[in-house]
Design a protein around this ligand. Structure first.
Ligand code: TYD
Length: 209
C-alpha cells in the first residue's frame, strides 16, 4: 500500500461490548479538535457493502463457512479500496467499527476455518492494509449477553450464536492482541463509559501528536 497521511483506527470486540458508544465519543472529541473523521464500518461501509451486509447478517438459512468468509472479504476489498484508502490519502482519520480481526475471531471461532487462512484471505483482499491502531473492547460474553438482552433490538445471525461460540471469539481476539501488542490497545469494557473513553483518547492523542 502506498504512503498514507491519515490515521486509521479500528474498533473490535464482541457484540454488546460498546464499540458504537465509544466510536461516537471519540468522533466528537476528534471533530472538536478540528480533525476530519470518516466514521465507517464492516460489513456495510460502502453501497456494495450494504448489499453484502444484508446477505451475511440477515439471510435466512445457512451460508457455507467459506462462502461467508469470502463475502466478508469481498466487502473488505471494496471498502478499503473505495472508502478507507482514499480517506487516508486525503489525510483524514478513519474510525471504523470492525475489520479483519473480526473475521479471524468470528469465522475462525466457528472452528471450521483456520484463523491464519482467514487472515491471509483478508490481507489479500485489502492489499495488506492494516490499521495504525486497533482498540479491543474486551468483555466477558455473559455480561455482553445481559447488555444485548436489555437493548430490545432483534438479534442478527451471529448475535444469536451460542455462548460457547462467543467465548471462543473473545479468546481469539485476546490472542490476536497478544500477537500484535503495538497495533492493539486492549481495554476492559466493563469499566465506565467515561474511563474507557479517556483510555482510548490517551492512546489516540499519542498518535496524532
Ligand atoms: P456489527 O455491525 O458490529 O453489528 P451491529 O450493527 O448489530 O452492532 O457486526 C455485525 C456482525 O458481523 C457481528 O456479529 C460480527 C460479524 N462479523 C463477522 O463475523 N466477520 C467479519 O469479518 C465482520 C466484519 C463482522
Amino acid at each position: 500500500m502506498e504512503a498514507r497521511r491519515g490515521l486509521w483506527i479500528t474498533l473490535e470486540g464482541g457484540d454488546g461490548s460498546g464499540k458504537t458508544t465509544q466510536a461516537e465519543i471519540l468522533t466528537r472529541w476528534l471533530t472538536d479538535a478540528g480533525r476530519t473523521v470518516v466514521r465507517t464500518r464492516e460489513p456495510g461501509g460502502s453501497a456494495v457493502g450494504q448489499l453484502i451486509r444484508e446477505i451475511v447478517l440477515h439471510h435466512r438459512g445457512d451460508i457455507a463457512p467459506r462462502a461467508e468468509a469470502l463475502l466478508y472479504a469481498a466487502d473488505r476489498a471494496h471498502h478499503v479500496a473505495t472508502v478507507v484508502r482514499p480517506a487516508l490519502e486525503r489525510g483524514e482519520i478513519v474510525l471504523q467499527d470492525r475489520y479483519l480481526d473480526s473475521s479471524v475471531a468470528y469465522q475462525g471461532a466457528g472452528r471450521v476455518l483456520d484463523g491464519h487462512e482467514i487472515r491471509s484471505l483478508s490481507l489479500w483482499a485489502a492489499e495488506g492494509a492494516l490499521p495504525d491502531l486497533t482498540v479491543l473492547l474486551d468483555l466477558d460474553p455473559g455480561e455482553a449477553r445481559t447488555r444485548l438482552d436489555s437493548a430490545d433490538k432483534p438479534f442478527d445471525r451471529l448475535e444469536a450464536e451460542k455462548a460457547e461460540f462467543h467465548g471462543r471469539v473473545r479468546d481469539a481476539y485476546l490472542d490476536l492482541a497478544a500477537a500484535e501488542p503495538q497495533r492493539f490497545l486492549v481495554v476492559d469494557a466493563s469499566a465506565s463509559v467515561d474511563d474507557i473513553a479517556a483510555e482510548i483518547r490517551r492512546r489516540v492523542a499519542e498518535l496524532i501528536g
